[in-house]
Design a protein around this ligand. Structure first.
Ligand code: ADP
Ligand code: MG
Length: 381
């Protein structure tokens, strides 16, 4: 598996036709959007830090599809990637984010008090609740393009910022390179830590270079507020706990996240954000809120029902296995989360999860009793 080195200036000795990737067997958003014309127009451009079109698309060229989700097939290497390579990103963003247009504006709402309900998801079905997002620190390139020095600087900045948190957020940083294999595996098995860099999507994008240098996890004392450093994004901020109290998980998420943002701002390092894209992140699928709010939920009957997929789609929800994006569901426990990131605020997205999961649990209970659920499937909006 390549590690994302595509810098080769001799390629300009060949025509665009000769260099154009073979996308015949591909099923990702990039492969749908990339035309020979776009390739011709953009192939000799680069961002100020030196990220190129071939760097952007390499992960999608090397990974024609994914067994469980429709992938995006490209990454950004820095904040400017989204403007310099707008001709490619715009149609991809439109396709991935339900028609989101280049002129559309995104809204941010991190006021947890605007969420309605969410503290009563049935814990007999909902095993755990989690909300995560990514954040990028302005002035540094993103993980697919980060240099060792940049990555270490980001780690240092982040640890200083996070260690200044107090109260329920007081915690400690655990660098990956100081962890034993056993400790690392335990954190992964407990769903606290990112997987080892085994995903071909991650590897081909270049973001696993120099692993495990400057990677790690910071978490508060009771492991309910966690921050991943230098995985797919500079920062991944996570709030989670066992059971179905999404309201409390979202409260802690919003409060902690805003505290972190304030500290970074004061230190002269704001997060990347703009009105059109919201929070700027490595994967175009995460633009906007970067938020994935989800639950691990037991749905043995509903998941076998022919209306399961349709129900998810109508509720604008997505399913994964409980071991993360690259895993299949086992024992009918699913990771159910919002499908949208862009065009809806944080509150709106978590609201969809809360309302949708509530409905799905009700459907599951009906099926348990042998009753029909067809009239419960939400109508097409
Ligand atoms: P993401 O990239 O959105 O953080 P992944 O699918 O890569 O999510 O999963 C990362 C880790 O988070 C995995 O170990 C997964 O089991 C865990 N996880 C995701 N959602 C939940 C949840 N609701 N409860 C507990 N763990 C979760
Ligand atoms: Mg992930």
């Amino acid at each position: 598996m390549p590690f994302g080195n595509t810098h080769n200036k001799y390629k300009l000795n060949f025509s665009a036709e000769e260099e154009f990737p073979d996308l015949a067997k591909h099923n990702n958003h990039m492969a749908k959007a990339l035309t020979l014309d776009i390739y011709k127009k953009l192939r000799d451009k680069e961002t100020p830090s030196g990220f190129t079109l071939d760097d952007i698309i390499q992960t999608g060229v090397d990974n024609p599809g994914h067994p469980f989700i429709m992938t995006v097939g490209c990454v950004a290497g820095d904040e400017e990637s989204y403007t310099v390579f707008k001709d490619l990103f715009d149609p991809i963003i439109q396709d991935r984010h339900g028609g989101y247009k280049p002129t559309d504006k995104h809204k941010t709402d991190l006021n947890h008090e605007n969420l309605k309900g969410g503290d009563d998801l049935d814990p007999n079905y909902v095993l755990s609740s989690r909300v995560r997002t990514g954040r990028s620190i302005k002035g540094y390139t993103l993980p697919p393009h980060c240099s060792r020095g940049e990555r270490r600087a980001i780690e240092k900045l982040s640890v200083t910022a996070l260690n200044s948190l107090t109260g329920e957020f007081k915690g400690k940083y655990y660098p990956l390179k100081d962890m034993s294999d056993k400790e690392q595996q335990q954190l992964i098995d407990d769903h606290f830590l990112f997987d080892k860099p085994i995903s071909p999507l991650l590897l081909a994008s270049g973001m696993a270079r120099d692993w495990p240098d400057a990677r790690g996890i910071w978490h508060n004392d009771n492991k309910s507020f966690l921050v991943w450093v230098n995985e797919e994004d500079h920062l991944r901020v996570i709030s989670m706990e066992k059971g179905g109290n999404m309201k409390e998980v979202f409260r802690r998420f919003c409060v902690g996240l805003q505290k972190i943002e304030e500290i970074f701002k004061k230190a002269g390092h704001p997060f990347m954000w703009n009105e059109h894209l919201g929070y700027v992140l490595t994967c175009p699928s995460n633009l906007g809120t970067g938020l994935r709010g989800g639950v691990h939920v037991k749905l043995p009957h509903l998941s076998k029902h022919p209306k399961f997929e349709e129900t998810l789609k109508r509720l604008r929800l997505q399913k994964r296995g409980t071991g993360g994006v690259d895993t299949e569901a086992v024992g009918a426990v699913f990771d159910i989360s919002n499908a949208d990131r862009l065009g809806f605020s944080e509150v709106e997205q978590v609201q969809m999860v809360v309302d949708g999961v509530k409905l799905m649990v009700e459907m599951e209970k009906k099926l348990e009793k042998g009753q029909a659920i067809d009239d419960m499937v939400p109508a097409q909006k």
